[in-house]
Structures are given as C-alpha cells and as structure tokens.
Design a protein around this ligand. Sequence first.
Ligand code: THU
Length: 138
Amino acid sequence: MQIDRAALIRAAFEARRFAYTPYSHFQVGAALLAEDGRVFTGCNIENASFSPTICAERAALAKAVSEGVRRFAAIAVVGSREGETNTLVTSPCGVCRQALYEFGGDNLLVIMAKSETDYEELPLGRLLPLGFGPKNLE
Ligand code: THU
C-alpha cells in the first residue's frame, strides 16, 4: 500500500502532545497505520510506580487491537524531551519491538522521525532480527 509518511509523522507529533511524562519529561508519539488505512495513535503514559509505564507504540497498538485491527503496514515514532526538538531519532524500545512483531512481523515499516521530512526507516525485521513470533508456536 501507498504510505503517506508525512501524514503519519504528523499524526505521531499530534499524539505526542498528550504524553504524560512527569518523571522522564521525555515525550513520545506514535502513529500506527493499519492495512485498511486507519491510523491509531498513542503517547507514552508514565506512572509513579515506574514499571506500569506504557510506551507510545504499545499504547497505539493496544488501541488498534482492542478495536479488532491486527494487520499493520507502518508505524511512525517521534520523541524528544518536553519543549525540545529531536537531535536523535527515537527508535522503539525492545519491549515495543517484540509487541509490534506479534502483529506486524518482519515487514512492518518503522519510521523514526525528527520532522515530517527528516526521518529514518527500517523494516521491523532489521530492528528485531530473527524475531520470535506466532509462527514459532505453530
Ligand atoms: N518511550 C516510548 O514511549 N517509546 C520508546 O520507543 C522509547 C521510550 C518512553 C517511555 C518513557 O515514558 C520515556 O519514553 C523515557 O524512557
């Protein structure tokens, strides 16, 4: 499918505005493009007890899957400290790579953006080589 990268990155920046980050002040937004064209967004949501913190990517994934959507083409991720602009791209953490692998597999395109025009992209299979997924349990 045709992927409008700028639009997906813009959606991730919009979602980032809702990041709840009183502890790290590092704000992340994600926009997950389903194969049916729908976009599910998420932000990171921190917690005083720390470990219940959920990353933006998994927030977006939970929204999609809990609405019956399981097939995805791409995800855009943006992150930076509150009030700052990105110097490095934010790449999904290890837990998020695994969570996305469950539904996106090797081909999910991961777009890690500093702006709508400045981004790096890799298929998930490059970020999580030899990923363990549903096929391993067949
Ligand atoms: N975080 C994400 O939301 N996604 C990532 O891919 C990297 C890390 C969040 C978790 C935590 O709220 C903050 O960024 C600092 O680690």
